[in-house]
Design a protein around this ligand. Structure first.
Ligand SMILES: Cc1cc2nc3c(=O)[nH]c(=O)nc-3n(C[C@H](O)[C@H](O)[C@H](O)COP(=O)(O)OP(=O)(O)OC[C@H]3O[C@@H](n4cnc5c(N)ncnc54)[C@H](O)[C@@H]3O)c2cc1C
Length: 417
């Protein structure tokens, strides 16, 4: 076993890296353990939009009806694969219980402060550390082609205003004036001036550069196999490259969290929500503003020299195949809205597992079963957006003083952890 560390972070995704940054800035010693290379999981090929506008949860009333209808449609944007899996069934039941307007509003209000703080901290972080990650205060537009779906969203600006988030309804003409790459089938949209964007793999690489310079010890290619438990803590993390003991252990394992949680006797209620992206060189007429193509649930993101279509939410366990039908559905979806939906050269086709909690809030805080274990996981569809405030909150919880956010909202205690 190596000498006892101050803090060991399990998982080198964007959440592990952000926790490392804020802990190092608070003067702590940090070691990161990652099975592959840093940010090779969900943090790699996601859409990189920083979106307080996404405060409302996935559990909107009507979602379960859609999921049932789409169960046998392999290319549907939201799909629960029919399979026998007790954990997934239990998760879906809890999710279904929250598909009502009261919980929808309550969860949006709970998530809003974390999203807003994180957006602001992330902008400061990019500026302070000169992160070269194509960050821009671009705003985003939610775009509609279907009149009824556009109208059905009209409650959203008021709901978001209640969370301190600005969203403006805009007509088709304004949509196309702001983003001339949209075709003339657009019926209207919603403009989110407070959203921003970056290129996620560059953000992770730049954060890794900074944490290394601040003294982090990084073990890539090191797989955590289990733990040695003490009476009420973890004595050591067991890996294929030896054992690591630490005063505090931060558990930032994203969608893999339930697998390793089980080894500690923790039932962490996370399901992998599989999503895909296709990255291209830029089309001649690439949007300037990231877009959410609502009826098809396709996100269009853009940065200097690059262009990405991303989408789909599939609950299919840890299925690691790149499903061509779902990739093609993203391209077809984009073609309905955009004059030039694809770039000339595909540079990457990718899938990632979002760490989905059924209440759509991340799990951040000490686990009551292990005194030296802090969970920082379950960031669902918004881990990049929530990364900076999660890192800050973890560092504040480790320090044991006041926290900038209400830590109880995200506490593992709500799941008995
Ligand atoms: C298609 C798609 C689009 C998205 N778009 C956006 C967006 O626009 N904005 C946004 O905010 N979010 C977006 N997300 C969500 C975001 O990508 C995730 O919430 C975020 O990346 C989660 O980060 P993480 O660090 O928790 O998980 P991960 O990045 O998955 O990191 C977990 C790490 O743990 C490591 N690990 C697992 N098991 C072990 C082990 N046994 N030993 C050692 N290491 C291990 C993994 O290798 C991995 O690197 C999107 C996701 C997808 C799939």
């Amino acid at each position: 076993m190596s000498a006892k560390k101050d803090i060991v972070i399990l998982g080198g995704g964007i959440i592990g890296l952000a926790c490392a940054y804020y802990l190092l800035k608070a003067g702590r010693g940090v070691t990161i353990i990652e099975q592959n290379t840093l940010a090779s999981g969900a943090s790699h090929g996601n859409c990189g939009t920083i979106t307080p506008s996404h405060a409302p949860p996935l559990s909107q009333p009507g979602t379960i009806g859609k999921a049932l209808k789409w169960m046998l449609t392999p290319d549907a944007p939201f799909r629960v694969a029919p399979r026998l899996d007790a954990d997934m069934f239990g998760w879906m039941l809890q999710f279904a219980r929250r598909c009502n307007w009261q919980d929808y509003r309550r969860l949006a209000r709970a998530k809003g402060p974390l999203l807003l703080r994180s957006r602001d901290l992330l902008g400061e972080l990019v500026r302070r550390e000169n992160l070269d990650c194509h960050y821009a205060e671009s705003g985003t537009i939610y775009v509609h082609r279907d009149e009824a779906a556009f109208e059905a969203m009209s409650f959203m600006p008021t709901l978001l205003a209640d969370c301190g988030i600005v969203m403006q309804r805009i007509d088709a003409q304004r949509c196309r004036a702001m983003e001339p790459t949209l075709n003339d089938s657009i019926v209207g949209g919603y403009w989110n001036p407070g959203d921003t964007r970056l290129r996620p793999d560059r953000y992770a690489a730049e954060l890794a550069r900074v944490v290394k310079a601040l003294g982090a010890e990084i073990h890539e290619g090191t797989t955590i196999a289990g733990f040695r438990r003490g009476a009420d803590n973890i004595d050591a993390v067991l890996t294929d490259h030896g054992e690591f003991a630490a005063d505090d252990i931060v558990f930032a394992l994203g969608a893999w969290s339930p697998k390793l949680g089980r080894q500690l006797g923790l039932r962490i209620p996370i399901q992998p929500g599989k999503g895909y992206s296709i990255t291209y060189t830029q089309p001649t007429r690439a949007p300037r503003i990231p877009l959410s193509l609502r009826e098809r649930s396709v996100c269009v993101s853009v940065w200097e020299g690059g262009y990405r279509l991303g989408s789909t939410m599939e609950f299919a366990g840890y299925d690691a195949t790149l499903n061509r039908a779902r990739i093609d559905a993203i391209k077809r979806g984009a073609a309905e809205y955009l004059i030039e939906p694809e770039g000339p050269v595909v540079t990457e086709e990718w899938f990632g597992w979002r760490p989905m909690t059924y209440d759509d809030l991340p799990i951040i805080g000490r686990a009551k079963q292990c005194k030296n274990l802090l969970l920082a996981t379950g960031h669902s569809m918004l881990g990049v957006t929530m990364s900076a405030a999660t890192g800050e909150l973890v560092a504040q919880l480790v320090a044991g003083g006041d926290t900038a956010l209400d830590a109880a909202t995200f506490s593992p205690a709500r799941f008995g952890l």
